[in-house]
Design a protein around this ligand. Structure first.
Ligand SMILES: *Cc1c(COP(=O)(O)O)cnc(C)c1O
Length: 389
């Protein structure tokens, strides 16, 4: 971990030479243009035939976005990256660009809700899917069909943060014409490098830790040059979810402090999780580093981000809401990965059955630990928990 973390830090800080231009600008220039004029019709024609690698139109390639793409590819140790207007645009481009009617997708582990909703939409285009929770290799193998073309997974998974053994999953897909795709938003490339373990594609919601300041929505796909090129022509250019140069620049700026932020998210997240684990009003804590299977994943997941959840010792909606509302330092809202701490609970008082079906306890509260400091956050949580009689 030490060596890749140090190397990644150099990449984030700009010692990779990607930003260097003729002016010596320390930050990448924001090339705010929709199109790039050429000297001759012939030159334009040649560029159009190679649009994934040429500056023609900013729905295709743009130099500011490209600087970010190069950096993300380096961090994930991938050949190529394409950035998108959101994480969901990246997910959509993978599904639309790589699947066709008659194909089957296997989702493994808990998956971000809108990703599954999109998969449901794809049923009406003839793309089927199943989901395996729990992630034992036997269950996954049993759920594969002859027409399975993609295993899409998260590790740790959304909401309950269970791990999946990436190498085992990859070995199952190998030799079967099944692409493996992981949503790596939680761990960031600093703490987990799925491509190095044989995964085909990594997806990020760069909105979260990569940008890190709750001021931009962005996404990315990283993998082999061949796969990213397929996604570029068959989905990205056609669906139109292009990241703007200003937003790419903001993500790029966020990356400068990614190593520092992730170190503090790791430390303070664990500190807060450990406090909650011992609290009488908390039934259990869902944090991959505090899970019974942690030793198995020591080499796969090198650090923890600041997002985890707890199950309170209550199933009463008013009491869960009371707890959330009493927190001062945790802002109430969706998303995560910014500098400020956030809290959300999926139970709304009437959706208990739907949550149970997804394996999510009614008393679950998700915390995104920001940079306020573990001590202050623990104090805030202790006070709010005391109010729960
Ligand atoms: C937020 C999120 C997404 C979607 O990203 P957007 O940038 O909001 O479109 C995808 N996957 C996970 C795990 C997320 O948390």
């Amino acid at each position: 971990m030490i060596s890749t973390f140090a190397e990644d830090t150099r990449i984030c800080l700009g010692h990779d030479g990607i930003e260097q231009d003729t002016l010596g600008a320390m930050a990448p220039p924001i090339v705010q243009t929709s199109l790039f004029a050429k000297d001759s019709l012939q030159e334009l024609g040649t560029a159009l035939e190679n649009e994934h690698a040429q500056h023609v139109y900013s729905r295709g390639q743009n130099p500011t976005v490209e600087a970010l793409e190069k950096k993300l590819a380096l961090l994930e140790r991938g050949e190529a990256c394409k950035c998108f207007a959101s994480g969901m645009a990246a997910v959509a481009a993978c599904l639309f660009g790589l699947l066709k009617q008659g194909d089957h997708v296997l989702f493994v582990n808990h998956i971000y809700g809108p990703t599954l909703q999109l998969a449901n939409r794809l049923r009406s285009y003839g793309v089927e899917h199943d989901q395996v929770l729990g992630g034992s290799l036997d269950q996954v193998a049993a759920a594969l069909r002859p027409e399975t073309r993609m295993i899409f997974f998260e590790s740790p998974g959304t909401m309950t943060f269970q791990m999946v053994d990436i190498q085992e999953l990859v070995s199952l897909a190998r030799g079967r014409e099944v692409l493996t795709v992981i949503d790596n938003s939680w761990a960031t490339p600093l703490f987990q490098k799925p491509l190095s373990l044989g995964v085909d594609l990594v997806i990020h919601s760069a909105t979260k830790y990569l940008a890190g300041h709750s001021d931009v929505v962005a996404g990315a796909v990283i993998g082999s040059a061949e796969l990213v090129k397929r996604i570029f022509y068959d989905a990205y250019l056609l669906l139109g979810g292009a990241l703007g140069p200003m937003d790419a620049w903001l993500v790029h700026r966020g990356l400068r402090t990614l190593p520092n932020r992730m170190q503090q998210h790791h430390r303070d997240g664990l500190g807060v999780a450990n406090f909650l684990r011992g609290h009488a009003k908390v039934k259990q804590v869902f944090h991959p580093f505090l899970a019974a299977d942690r030793s198995r994943y020591e080499e796969q997941l090198l650090g923890a981000s600041g997002l985890f959840s707890v199950e309170l010792n209550t199933e009463s909606y008013p009491r869960i809401a009371l707890f959330v509302d009493r927190l001062n330092l945790f802002r109430i809202g969706v998303s995560w990965g910014g500098v400020e701490s956030l809290v959300i609970a999926p139970f709304r008082g009437h959706n208990g059955a739907a949550l149970a079906q997804r394996g999510i306890p009614v008393g679950l509260v998700r915390l995104s630990i920001g940079l306020e400091g573990a001590g202050a956050l623990i104090e805030d949580l202790a006070r709010a928990l005391d109010a729960l009689e």
